[in-house]
Design a protein. Structure first.
Length: 212
């Protein structure tokens, strides 16, 4: 997610706020959340240890800004994936779930920051709504799918939450290395694809039974 390493993007006067966010993101990707500190971010940019406090109250304030950056990156990838597929197709829906899963696999050090206990302390309902902007892209895609298949007994929001739960649950188990304790033949991506298609076809079967 971070666009540079160590000293490849030196700090320039006037953009310390953004530079600190990027430096913090780089440190978290390299050393994990527990390895991050304001002092380390300042050192990476070659500024004094007091300089970050001109822009951020404390470590949590800077981490909150990094969380915004992480969600922005995720939402951007989800929206880009949605644009590649025909609206309302199964391929589009599966691709959106895969994009979410792939992002959290590639940026595992940010999982706790985005979804763990620390995130619960930092966010507000308004902030959360902004951060999950990508979910609205998914809901829109599901609204197209529901319209194409004349689904009325379930809302796009409910179906989207089910998809999100699948991708999020698999990411959680992967990040906690739970799959190392269980023999499995399929890749995590294959598991998501299979579960998503089974769920969609179950919704279609329900619609046939109810006449909705």
């Amino acid at each position: 997610m971070a666009s540079s390493t160590a000293d490849s993007a030196p700090y320039h006067h006037g953009d310390l706020y953004k530079s600190l966010i990027v430096a913090a993101a780089e440190l978290i990707e390299e050393d994990g959340l527990m390895g991050f500190s304001m002092v380390a971010a300042a050192r990476r940019l070659g500024v004094s240890s007091a300089a970050p406090y001109r822009h951020f109250r404390d470590r949590s304030d800077l981490l909150n800004a990094v969380t915004d950056l992480a969600f922005y990156a995720l939402n951007t990838e989800v929206e880009a994936a949605a644009a590649l597929y025909e609206p309302g197709t199964e391929d589009c829906l599966v691709a959106l779930g895969m994009t979410y899963l792939d992002f959290l696999q590639r940026h595992q050090p940010f999982y706790e920051l985005m979804w763990g206990s620390l995130e619960a302390e930092l966010t507000t309902p308004e902030c959360f709504a902004r951060r999950v902007r990508g979910l609205h892209s998914f809901i829109a895609a599901l609204a197209d799918w529901c319209r194409i298949h004349h689904i009325q007994h379930r809302s796009p929001e409910d179906i989207a939450l089910a998809f999100w739960s699948m991708a999020h649950g698999l990411s959680l188990l992967q990040n906690h290395r739970a799959f190392t304790e269980v023999r499995r033949e399929n890749r995590i991506e294959d598991m998501l694809r299979t579960n998503a298609l089974i769920y969609l076809r179950g919704v279609l079967a329900e619609a046939g039974e109810t006449g909705a």
